[in-house]
Design a protein around this ligand. Structure first.
Ligand SMILES: [Mg+2]
Length: 387
């Protein structure tokens, strides 16, 4: 037995150059400060597991981690299911996004204990993960994706590097004609060489605008259609109705939190493909439960955003298609959502994709990546230790 004796929660901030005023928009010469955190769990037999979330390192999740971490001291680090159940109960009034960082640190610790990758512990299904390029949103200011033409150029460039699928995040101006304009330009440029998807990210102003763009997805042979209009995809019944108007498979539930709530959304007919965010939906334990549930009812899943943990999960999920390489941009070599904290060659940029259009699953023990602790320590803004 490995008993948890210490949990360290370290907050840090790094500077993201050429992005702003938010993390999604390329702006040359502007920079923003991004706050993140890393969790490290140590046991009485000298084991240590860590996880530094990417997209999921929000201040909401950090507050929940600090709330529940003391309750894990003295627990068996290998009872991840028991810990998942307890945290789910303790956080039942909230969105439960604090579970993931702790859960993944425990999986990393287990991998180090048995000298096995998390993929191996999960029972691997594949070693190479086909990616799709998931764009940053478009923008009015110069640079990045500042025109319809630039979207088409970028899709073509990604395809030339071996990437076989491309997802549009548009200008988010709420005009379905602009959305359809980008979709048409990209399809015209790449023909049938790429699978195409579009994600208005809840920016369309009405149900009928969602129908209009959905019908364009049908006409242009899009692979999926994601979170179209302003309800933020919170209504299963609305999307069941929307599915009646269009043929393109819908990818919904990015904004639904909770293990049971997501299963309900599926059973209510709210989506064709379930979107799971491993950093917001209970870490590896929560993600694998949902993926297997969907497999049993003949549904595919997509994992939201990128990271080493996402790769291990995807390696063990048969019922999924693509790894989301996002958010990428023609003027940005480095993926803005990935904190620059790796001391090895781990990366989620277009340049990290192999000629086969795939990225690898890390093979070392646990997460199989090496954090640059000197950098993280230098960027530290706060540290809390529970023991
Ligand atoms: Mg999305």
């Amino acid at each position: 037995m490995s008993i948890i004796k210490r949990i360290s929660v370290q907050s840090y901030t790094y500077t993201l150059d050429d992005f702003g005023p938010n993390i999604s928009t390329y702006t040359q010469g502007v920079s923003i400060e991004i706050p993140k955190f890393v969790v490290t769990i140590e046991t009485d037999d000298g084991l240590r597991g860590s996880y530094a979330p990417h997209f999921g390192a929000t201040q909401h999740a950090l507050a929940q981690v600090n709330q529940v971490a003391p309750s894990l001291i003295g627990q068996d680090a290998e009872k991840r299911e028991l810990i998942f159940e307890r945290l789910k109960s303790v956080l039942r009034h909230f969105d439960k996004t604090g579970i993931a960082a702790l859960d993944v640190a425990l999986w990393d610790l287990a991998g180090k204990k048995y000298n096995a990758s998390i993929s191996a512990l999960l029972g691997g299904y594949r070693e190479r993960l086909p990616v799709y390029a998931s764009t940053t949103p478009g923008q009015k200011s110069p640079g990045g994706l500042d025109s319809v033409e630039r979207y088409a150029d970028f899709a073509e460039g990604c395809n030339a590097k071996g990437i076989s699928a491309f997802k549009i995040h548009s200008f988010f101006d709420g005009d379905p004609k602009n959305e359809i304009g980008i979709m048409t330009a990209v399809r015209d440029r790449v023909g049938d060489k790429m699978k195409l998807m579009t994600d208005p990210a809840s920016s369309l102003p009405s149900f009928m605008a969602a129908v209009e763009v959905g019908r364009a997805c049908d006409d242009l042979g899009f692979f999926w259609y994601e979170d179209p209009y302003r309800d933020a995809s919170s209504s299963a019944s609305a999307h069941k109705r929307l599915r009646d108007f269009i043929k393109t498979p819908m990818l919904i539930a990015e904004h639904i939190r909770g293990f049971e709530q997501k299963a309900d959304f599926v059973l209510m007919g709210g989506t064709d493909i379930l979107h799971i965010d491993p950093e917001l939906d209970g870490g590896i334990t929560g993600t694998m439960k949902l993926a297997h549930f969907c497999d049993a009812v003949g549904m595919e899943v997509q994992l939201h955003t990128a990271g080493p943990m996402h790769r291990h999960c995807m390696s063990a999920i048969p019922n999924t298609h693509f790894y989301e390489l996002g958010l990428v941009n023609p003027d940005r070599v480095w993926n803005g959502l990935q904190p620059p904290i790796y001391a090895d060659d781990y990366g989620d940029s277009v340049g990290d994709v192999g000629a086969d259009g795939c990225v690898p699953v890390p093979t070392g023990p646990g997460l199989g990546v090496t954090y640059d602790w000197d950098k993280i320590n230098a960027w530290e803004t706060a540290a809390v230790v529970f023991e």
